[in-house]
Design a protein around this ligand. Structure first.
Ligand code: 5GP
Length: 191
């Protein structure tokens, strides 16, 4: 998505540790109209795939998931990173290593929100080493949910997650794939 590539070039900042900061529109301040445009593109890519639910992971996946859900007319379920008091009943649970925080979070989804009849689209803001997405895939498999594919705002193509998840036979669509990034230049994969 060319508009996203331009926005990353204009507003993104490369931080040490291979972190791309896009707090101006995706991770801190939300450019809601632009998120809706990104969501429209996700809906176009997965049109006719029979998706009835989006599954994402808090926190930053939620905004882009909502952008897509608005155009797809489906609900969003988000995996929670800490079991809080308002989570009750049985849960699907997995451990996810955070790329940005380097800690391990227990990620949970209440069983009542996933069903064997579901055909789910996985959505997240970034794809790096694929730990977040693999956590969601694990939860879907445990729940017997059919995975239509994954939609990612920004994939860092120089990290292994995208290749690994495609090699698992899961369709991954990324609106922008960063091929390389340094302090003063970001290049994208042609797609
Ligand atoms: P993975 O699990 O694929 O290694 O990393 C994906 C998760 O880590 C995403 O949910 C995202 O929140 C975070 N993440 C990974 N790389 C970046 C990055 O370069 N910038 C930001 N802002 N978040 C990232």
């Amino acid at each position: 998505m060319k508009a996203l590539e331009e926005k990353i070039r204009e507003e993104g900042k490369v931080l040490p540790g291979n972190i791309l900061k896009v707090g101006n529109f995706l991770n801190h301040r939300l450019d809601v109209q632009f998120l809706c445009e990104m969501g429209k593109e996700i809906a176009r890519l997965y049109e006719g795939c029979g998706i009835n639910k989006i599954l994402t992971i808090e926190t930053s996946g939620i905004a882009i998931a909502m952008g897509a859900a608005i155009h797809m007319g489906v609900p969003v379920v988000f995996a929670k990173k800490n079991k809080s008091k308002n989570v009750s009943g049985e849960v699907y649970c997995t451990d996810v290593v955070s790329f940005t925080h380097k800690n391990v979070s227990q990620v949970i989804v209440e069983k009542q929100f996933l069903s064997e009849k579901d055909r789910v689209l996985l959505v997240d803001d970034f794809l790096a080493n694929g730990m977040a997405l693999k956590g969601l895939i694990g939860i879907c498999r445990e729940a017997g949910v059919d995975i239509a594919g994954a939609a990612i705002a920004i994939e860092k193509g120089f990290q292994a997650g995208g290749d690994e998840i495609r090699a698992m036979g899961i369709r991954v669509e990324s609106l922008a794939i960063v091929e390389s990034m340094t302090d003063d230049s970001i290049t994208f994969r042609e797609q």
